[in-house]
Design a protein around this ligand. Structure first.
Ligand code: 4AD
Ligand code: MG
Length: 508
């Protein structure tokens, strides 16, 4: 047997004969020829089987293999610029490792609920493969950033006795007969550890009971929470920006094939490598309401323009669908042409449902822009309006203290505001990071704990941190799945994690 290699390494084996091991991801046949798209986890490549180069038995085996059969292939690697990986394999021999009968996911369009039910298999598909590889690059990049900046990684507990982010989303569980909660955030423990280590970060699962279906909320998600002693809110923002730009750069440098596979237009990722605009809540509200322009553009004008363009786009798609359908109805087309038109129609219908969704959303965005009430927290719509005006994430800080968490520091110059910062991703994605400077005044903290109706006894240890050598400190929480969703430009957060847990979904 020749040398076993990974598909991702094939370009360095051009001209030689190697062994590949993987699964049949796709297959096409013609007269005397079969094309197998082989995947091995590291990549995908086209393998060509002919009788001349191999033999009749191998050709027939190739023609008979079904989707997701596991196989070993020996073949010669040839350069081919038309292929995504830049190579093609001329097959000499094929051996079947494991049969695959009636694989449930076919090339035809499946509904998302069906695919979610088949998540354990769906992960094998090209697009899901690419997303998971990008997720992996992001995770590695985050660790590299913090380790290189000399942060100490810490693991916060999952069973907790306190609510960090409000009581409405707590998952209660039984801890030896006493109530306990699944952690919503490791932050409070991170603060304790930062007083021991200086700079720390957590990287762990967090849980929130979000009792509705949205495209941004999971019940179980992974959060990265750094906490830094002697950092104020501005140093905190520098760290957020440094970390996110490191992540974006690593994805751009290492995931070109994956980004192409999912069809990600990377221009916004590239423009996010310049510094992120920073603005106070006050300024952000003015921008949302159209009282302040961004690069000469007012929110309301932008949205009205978008509404007009989207309506025109809908008309265009509708007439194109009609046109294709009438061509099929006229008859006289070859089977291949009918398939071509049918595929095109399905694609157009998908586009149409996106456009229709925009048409439902834009009036809500306009409503945000026209009627946002100063003092409120931002909802998804408000975030969309704001971020549509920028081509990179934006940071909004100094929020009305009433709408933010109990632990945020009051702005010493204006006590109406708490020193929280939210980072909102562009292209309509909204919040990916929430953080801020922490309150150091123990009396203000106690007041806030009462105001939020939290049980004081669960916070005694936390208050100790303000009694014994309290220092200014800051931190933030990055929602991993939110970042993956934005970087991959996914429609829904459920595709950003291998096995999503969310309202209405516990299996597989
Ligand atoms: O803004 P949040 O609630 O902040 C905290 O938990 C702080 N304790 C973080 C800190 O300062 N250490 O959550 C932080 C981030 C959000 O910006 C969002 O990206 C993500 O966590 N997030 C969720 N992601 C998916 N599903 C959910 N249900 C999420 N809730 C929050
Ligand atoms: Mg938040």
């Amino acid at each position: 047997m020749s040398q076993i290699v990974n598909i991702s390494d094939l370009t360095s084996h051009i001209g030689s004969t190697v062994t590949l091991r993987g699964w049949v991801s796709n297959k096409r046949e013609g007269k005397g020829i079969a094309f197998i798209i082989l995947r091995d986890g590291t990549g995908f490549c086209q393998c060509v089987v002919t009788e001349e180069f191999s033999n009749l038995e191998n050709l027939q085996n190739a023609q008979n293999t079904s989707l997701e059969t596991s196989i070993t292939i020996e073949g010669e690697i040839r350069a081919d610029e038309k292929q995504l990986g830049g190579v093609e394999v001329q097959v000499k021999s094929i051996e079947i490792v494991g049969e695959s009968v009636d694989y449930p996911i076919s090339k035809k369009e499946h509904g998302v609920e069906f695919l979610m039910d088949q998540r354990h298999l769906w992960l094998r598909s090209t697009r899901q493969w690419a997303i998971m590889r990008i997720r992996n690059t992001i995770i590695f990049s985050i660790h590299k950033y913090f380790q290189e900046e000399e942060f100490v990684q810490m693991d916060a507990p999952i069973f907790t006795g306190n609510a960090c982010e409000g009581t409405s989303t707590l998952f209660e569980t039984d801890f030896y007969g006493a109530p306990a909660y699944l952690s919503q955030s490791g932050q409070l423990y991170g603060e304790a550890m930062a007083m021991a280590m200086g700079k720390i970060y957590t990287f762990g699962p967090t849980f929130r009971a979000e009792k509705s279906k949205t495209r941004r909320h999971l019940s179980e998600f992974w959060m990265i929470e750094p906490e830094m002693a002697f950092y104020d809110i501005f140093m905190n923002m520098d760290t957020i920006e440094g970390m996110l730009q490191r992540v974006i750069r690593d994805v751009l440098d290492n995931c070109q094939v994956e980004l192409k596979t999912i069809g990600r237009d990377t221009s916004v990722l590239e423009s996010s490598l310049k510094s992120f605009p920073r603005m106070t809540y006050d300024e952000a509200v003015k921008i949302i309401k159209g009282e302040k322009e961004v690069n000469g553009i007012r929110s309301i004008d932008m949205l009205e323009e978008e509404l007009k363009n989207t309506q025109a786009k809908l008309q265009e798609i509708n007439s194109e669908i009609e046109d294709k359908e009438s061509q099929i109805a006229l008859g006289g087309l070859k089977k291949g042409q009918i398939n071509f038109f049918t595929n095109k129609i399905n694609q157009l219908k998908q586009e149409r449902s996106d456009v229709e969704e925009d048409l439902r959303n834009i009036p809500q965005w306009l409503d945000s822009a026209r009627n946002f009430e100063y003092g409120n927290d931002f909802g998804g719509s408000d975030e969309s309006v704001l971020t549509k005006l920028f081509d990179s994430p934006v940071m909004v800080y100094d929020w009305p203290h009433e709408v933010k968490a109990f632990y945020l520091k009051r702005n010493p110059e204006d006590s109406r505001f708490a020193r929280g910062v939210d980072v909102l991703a562009p292209e309509g994605y909204g919040e990916i990071v929430g953080g801020g400077e922490r309150e150091t005044d123990i009396n203000l903290l106690i007041e806030k704990i009462h105001e939020h109706e939290l049980p004081m006894s669960a916070f005694e240890w936390y208050l100790d941190l303000r009694k014994y050598g309290s220092v200014p400190h800051s931190g933030f929480g990055l929602g991993l799945e939110r970042v993956v969703t934005w970087i991959c430009k996914l429609k829904h957060v459920r595709e950003s994690i291998p096995f999503p847990r969310m309202y209405g979904r516990l299996t597989p």
